[in-house]
Design a protein around this ligand. Structure first.
Ligand code: ZN
Length: 230
């Protein structure tokens, strides 16, 4: 398995761990109260990496930290909020800004990874590790969505959920088969990255050409209008 994402997919949202091993999907156990018939909902999955140890969470695209909760407080779970720096391609919502959150990393990760609000983590770089802060086993309680999120809110079933336009993980992230091994998808239907056709590359070259042309046209108009005024 490669250590970095496949080249050419920089603007695609990709699942951000080397192993997709879901120990509890949003469809089971106490996660159901996070979304079913609730006023505020998210769709959390617990991801446990390769085994009982601590695997890394990576930035799926360039991500910015927007909030950190619970650090140093043993009664509140450690939670990190990140949003994409740019709009990115998703399986279900086209090109849009995305956010993701991760819970249960250890307090020591703050210093180890230099986590602070405003930090930008480039695609493929490490964010933090799985942990068991306020949990019984190493894992990451993971939520995601479109737009941005900076806080949690308690719903009418008593669950603290991520506030924002939360979506199911398989709607936000593709699987990069060169980066992620699927161990247990808990029945969630993740899509693989699409095969890029030569047409797509040509189209993006055409777009570059058109953008350059538009800029030239705009500055030409600008010069003409200034000339007419003088
Ligand atoms: Zn969980």
């Amino acid at each position: 398995m490669a250590f970095s994402f496949t080249k050419g997919y920089e603007d695609y949202a990709k699942f951000p761990m080397h192993y997709l091993r879901i120990t509890q999907s949003y469809n089971s156990g106490n996660h159901i109260d996070h979304w079913k018939e609730t006023n505020y909902k998210d769709y959390p999955i617990d991801i446990a990496g390769m085994d009982g140890g601590r695997d890394y969470l990576y930035a799926p695209v360039d991500m910015k930290i927007t909030a950190l909760n619970g650090i140093g407080n043993p009664n509140i779970s450690n939670k990190i909020f990140l949003e994409s720096v740019n709009p990115v391609k998703t399986p279900a919502f086209g090109t849009t800004k995305i956010f993701m959150t991760a819970v249960h990393f250890e307090d020591s990760d703050i210093a180890k990874f230099g986590l602070k609000v405003g930090k930008i983590i480039k695609a493929g770089e490490k964010i933090c590790l799985e942990g068991q802060e306020t949990a019984n086993a190493n894992h990451i309680h993971f939520t995601c969505g479109i737009g941005s999120s900076t806080k949690s809110i308690q719903n009418n079933r008593g669950k603290w959920v991520t506030k924002g336009t939360c979506k199911k993980p398989e709607e936000i992230f593709y699987i990069d088969k060169n980066f992620t091994m699927i161990e247990n998808n808990a029945g969630l239907n993740f899509k693989n990255l699409p095969v890029l056709k030569e047409n797509d590359k040509e189209e993006s070259n055409n777009n570059k050409f058109l953008n350059a042309l538009n800029k030239i046209t705009a500055s030409a108009k600008d010069i003409i209008s200034k000339k007419n005024k003088s």
